[in-house]
Design a protein. Sequence first.
Lengths: 201, 201, 201, 201
Amino acid sequence: MSRQPQPTPRPGGRSARVRQAILTATSEQLIAGGYDALTVNEVAAAAGVAITTVYRRWPTKAELAAAALGELAATANPMPDTGRIETDLRALLAQILGLLRRPEIARLVRAVAAIDPDTPGADAARVAFWQTRFAGSASIVTRAIARGEIDAAAEPEAVIELLVGPAYLRLLLTGRPLDAELEAESLRRTLAAYAPDTETT
Amino acid sequence: MSRQPQPTPRPGGRSARVRQAILTATSEQLIAGGYDALTVNEVAAAAGVAITTVYRRWPTKAELAAAALGELAATANPMPDTGRIETDLRALLAQILGLLRRPEIARLVRAVAAIDPDTPGADAARVAFWQTRFAGSASIVTRAIARGEIDAAAEPEAVIELLVGPAYLRLLLTGRPLDAELEAESLRRTLAAYAPDTETT
Amino acid sequence: MSRQPQPTPRPGGRSARVRQAILTATSEQLIAGGYDALTVNEVAAAAGVAITTVYRRWPTKAELAAAALGELAATANPMPDTGRIETDLRALLAQILGLLRRPEIARLVRAVAAIDPDTPGADAARVAFWQTRFAGSASIVTRAIARGEIDAAAEPEAVIELLVGPAYLRLLLTGRPLDAELEAESLRRTLAAYAPDTETT
Amino acid sequence: MSRQPQPTPRPGGRSARVRQAILTATSEQLIAGGYDALTVNEVAAAAGVAITTVYRRWPTKAELAAAALGELAATANPMPDTGRIETDLRALLAQILGLLRRPEIARLVRAVAAIDPDTPGADAARVAFWQTRFAGSASIVTRAIARGEIDAAAEPEAVIELLVGPAYLRLLLTGRPLDAELEAESLRRTLAAYAPDTETT
DNA sequence: GAATAAACGAGACGGTACGTCGCGTCTTTAC
DNA sequence: GTAAAGACGCGACGTACCGTCTCGTTTATTC
């Protein structure tokens, strides 16, 4: 009776708005209560869409969470660039610890850590989420190597891993405090570990 | 009608057997499929007890899991003691990475990381689980300090944290591989970071 | 994102079928074993629906039972109309006693009697269940009054109450037999109590 | 090896005290909340005995409730004796309706009505509970017959049944009010039904 | 007054049913 | 014809209460 013109996918149309609303609502719930407190029902309600709509796009709750976490990766923090590796790393570490000390961020990190690697798309989201952050961080090291402040043989990401590894270990597993002493020690030892010519003859 | 003297608890009785059966079954399920695959129903069935009996002792699934993880802490691995810090740490790191590469252990670690700190008794279990392991590890460092192989100002546990932090970071968050290069680099840089007199004048 | 117009309820759809199946299964179980033998689990199984579906509609077992009893009210028995009050009442009483002598009906009546008046909707169901029956019965009396066979000052329902009260009293409380003597006596005394002009001067 | 002399039961000893405490606690709970709110656990706690002790004497909750209700039968109300059947019955009816209007008594009556006749000992308790009451009431009628106020052919208990039947019917089934009009009507019609020479020639 | 049988106290346990929560699917209706 | 709305299936969680069992202790009766 009536003609149905094949609607081309609308990039800026309703779909995009719906998608964004859902992901935003998901992120908020993840931040508010972690993965367990995330419910598809409430996400749909908060986003003002039907539950079916959510499931049409992300088949499982895990994939929805992964997608939302992936989105959060975009919210990158500014990377310090002071011209000296020590102050750069100190600022970076202070920024990260400042985040990890906030309960809602701690919940988020826990949620990411809990993701089953077998979940489709989940691992991709995890990698994206964290490599984005680490990629930015690594540039700090790259510049320091160019300046001769860091052992030229160092892999930039490994430096960052050594710097923040203990902090995440405490947060996720041992429960030891994320205090100023950890901050100072991590910075000092990382610099020592990667000092140029330190362990060469 | 009148107050009776408190009968002594029976340590080797049925209660103890039931408790052990439940915790064993829980551990097995945790290892087999992680926290999400853990169901109280199946634990009860595997332990040969009624579901209500499980709930009488551990009010929630989370507390049950925490208790089981706490029990697993008793299963301590032998700590290497070769007389040289480098070989000690190399053996320790190889041991830990060997464990973390096994999917069922990875699941367990994930389960621990996911524990909500607010769960009653959960944090205690986490601390117990990990500090048991770390306490053993720290003795390696203590001996090395006595031998002058490690900076005397070092806190033993901090050395271990620096050694294994990157490995756990990769396992839980970044998803990068737990390969031989990580193993070599972690060992080398940790030794450098804590070498005696290295950063003193 | 925006409010949708309220879709009209579908009267003949799946919901209605499910509802009917559940109530039918409930009624059968009530008849078969009374209120205590009624289990939501078996109702759901017999109705071929999920347990949660039952609970979605009737939050408690009591309300489910009440609803089912309310449905049973629709199954009205034919009211005798012979043109004479004595034969009408005799037939009615015989019919009721015939029902009450059946164990499954006795269980049903017991179930209704046991309903806690505080249960939401329970009282409504009770009133509906019984007033339906009594309303039909009362018309017998109304006609008799018109024919001058019954004291014109009588309230029709009170006549029925006097007629069947002793029978229910025996069934529910005293346990005395519902025998032919009760039948004869109840009829005779009720007629005497409401005979026209009997107690007027 | 040893001989077991059969010890005679001790009538006034601890057993009797325990028994009384349990039955009293049971009655209180029945009055307070009806049969469903009666829990063996709380009865035991209130009586200051172990749960096992309760079960040793009454194998099921139903039998316990029956026993307690049987005890309550002993609490007989004084029967009016004014010398005139009309005032006697009016006082009796007022007394009974006064009781039935109290919620806790209504609960008790409901509990009795709900007793499954198949429960061992339950029916005995019911019969005892109510026939005690009715036996007392019947004496009123017996005296009235002797005075010629009541049809000599009447069975005393049937008179009482007619008098109070409608009230119990309303309480247990129809939910109609136990008001003054019911009181007046029940008395008036019962007297009419059993008036001497009314239906004789 | 000592032996001894019966009853009691305490606590955990097995089991059934209740009612809840949340995920993911399916039907029905409206646009 | 597509998508929103909502009911549904399903599985697990956690709770309440009934009735059983074991074992140690107390009571009271009998010799």
